[in-house]
Ligand binder design. Sequence first.
Ligand SMILES: [Zn+2]
Ligand SMILES: [Zn+2]
Length: 264
Amino acid sequence: MEFCALASGSKGNSIYVGAEGRGVLVDAGLPGREIERRLWAAELDPVGVEAVVVTHEHRDHIAGVGVWARRFGVPVYAARAAWDAARAFLPPPTLRGVDVRFFEPDRSFAAAGLELTPVSTSHDAADSVGFRISDGNAVLGFATDLGFASHLVREGLRGVTLLYLESNHDEDLLINGPYPWPLKQRIRSRHGHLSNADCAGLVSDLLHSGLKALVLGHLSETNNTPRLAYDCAREALARHGAAGDVALLVARQDRPGTVVRLGG
Ligand SMILES: [Zn+2]
Ligand SMILES: [Zn+2]
């Protein structure tokens, strides 16, 4: 399996996951041209992207979906409610002419030689999901944009080889930071975003001997720093004696991350 966080954060998200030159984009929240540029920068061929998979309808996840799908002639997989919500607020041409295929939460489907299982998450969107994605050898557990990790999410992400988790904010920076109070409340709510401490708690719960890599994503540029997020997750790994066994990376907003390659 190959995994690369092309962009991560509230200004745009797109993740590549695939195997042997075929793969999908999970979200396309940047201009299509920028996603293409970042794939090339990571030495991944855009022509190998056989589908785009949508986690939810927020602009930072969906803004470039239509352009990408039309340009490369690939289908888009989305929850029906998320797609309807996106069509309601994006300018009409954005999603026109897209070959969209609807998935149901918790029902697996196949794309680009991968098996994908949407996992329902709690977020202020119409129908938001994370994913469990398998290439037959390694398994990715993917969850960003969630206010808390429900039992369903925890079960959906259990036993995976690679975890991509939200580590959105440092609680103190958020509370003492410049955001207006209602926005702070929204972020901290059960429909908002996971803090560094929430992420560390989830890592402690999901840690097992087969976990090879942990990538932290959707960091706030205002209420977090890569260092704080990294240290918090590393401490959780260290508490369980796993700091040496699990590669720990932080996904960035401004540039693609390292390509993580995992076998069986
Ligand atoms: Zn987001
Ligand atoms: Zn969101």
